[in-house]
Design a protein around this ligand. Structure first.
Ligand code: NAD
Length: 309
């Protein structure tokens, strides 16, 4: 068997094309969705991500403002910037880039966001709504994981509900931003869901859990963690990991958490890295920005904004 590649770039392009129509509709009513990106320090990955988002926003006619704060910024200064963006009616959504410097308490920063603009659903109110299955916003990376899966199911002619109802989903990694919300989205689809983290691995249980999966979502940040022996034949594997590794000749390349070469021989379908979850994540975040703008101006979003939860 050679796993079918699940093409994230095509999926992201389709998502963006749907968004363009929503942006136009809001524009005709005099509203321009705008994303504010707040960063502290210059972590390389975060800077690259912010640049990519700005480029895509430009393509879609979505506004963007960057508040790049120095790594020495104090907590009161960050909170003051967020208060200003919360009050700015031209700003629809706010993204706080991670990682924050260690002296800034992430939970305190997230709590300072206006929940109506918290497009990554990191404020406790939005995280709670997501956990209850009634999300205001679906965070971008787990949203992208399930949007990719839903789109792939449509493409292969599988009924989404029937597939999820019979499927066992295992999520490797339990961060507040990726693993935990991915579990919530699996519950929302009424699948059987299991969450595992580094402790299962340290105690030798990784494969025992991952081989249970019909759908394996891997978000651990460990290059090549999942190999063929961790995957049951015919599983669908979604690789969220983005890891920079130095290859022969000192060249840096980006790889996922899945050893694609060995897993492809066993899985039914597999998302590539790069070109899988990443591009859909970008489009999804801008989708949430448009959704926030529509909610703020009381313009009921059309189906493109509501299709996935
Ligand atoms: P994180 O470091 O916050 O969390 C990692 C989680 O994985 C933790 O729960 C940890 O316990 C678990 N883990 C670590 N090693 C493990 C192991 N050996 N076995 C089992 N579990 C293990 O990371 P994160 O922010 O959730 O990101 C995870 C990965 O996804 C990273 O590679 C990150 O770069 C990538 N990522 C990709 C996108 C995208 O758009 N594709 C977006 C966000 C994050």
């Amino acid at each position: 068997m050679s796993a079918q590649p699940i093409d994230g770039r095509a999926c992201a392009e389709a998502l963006a094309a749907g968004l363009a129509a929503d942006v136009r509709r809001l524009g005709e009513a005099g509203h321009r969705p705008t994303l504010a990106v707040v960063s502290a320090g210059e972590a390389h990955g975060a800077t690259v991500y912010a640049r990519r988002l700005a480029r895509l926003a430009d393509e879609l006619g979505i506004g963007h403002v960057a508040r790049a704060l120095p790594v020495t910024v104090t907590l009161p200064e960050v909170l003051a910037v967020l208060a200003e963006l919360n009050a700015d009616t031209a700003v629809s959504g706010i993204l706080v880039l991670r990682p924050l410097p260690a002296h800034l308490d992430e939970a305190t920063v997230f709590r300072a966001l206006d929940p109506a603009k918290d497009v990554e659903a990191v404020h406790p109110e939005n995280a709670g709504l997501l956990a209850l299955g009634v999300p205001r916003f679906v965070p971008s990376t787990p949203g992208a994981v399930f949007h990719l899966l839903d789109t792939w199911l449509d493409a292969v002619g599988e009924d989404r509900a029937a597939f999820y109802h019979r499927s066992r989903i295992v999520v490797v990694g339990r961060s507040n931003t990726v693993g935990k919300p991915a579990v919530a989205l699996g519950y929302a689809r009424e699948a059987s869901v299991q969450s595992i983290d580094v402790w299962a691995h340290r105690h030798g249980g990784l494969g025992r859990h991952t081989r249970w999966a019909d759908v394996l979502v891997v978000a651990a940040g460990r290059p090549g963690l999942i190999r063929a022996e961790h995957v049951s034949p015919g599983a669908v594997v979604v690789d969220v990991g983005i890891n920079a590794v130095v290859g022969p000749g000192g060249r840096t390349r980006t790889v996922g958490d899945v050893d694609a070469a060995s897993v492809a021989a066993r899985a039914r379908a597999l998302t590539p890295v790069p070109g899988g979850v990443g591009p859909v994540t970008d489009a999804w975040l801008l989708r949430s920005t448009v959704q926030a703008a529509a909610q703020q101006v009381g313009s009921p979003p059309e189906r493109t904004l509501l299709e996935a939860s």
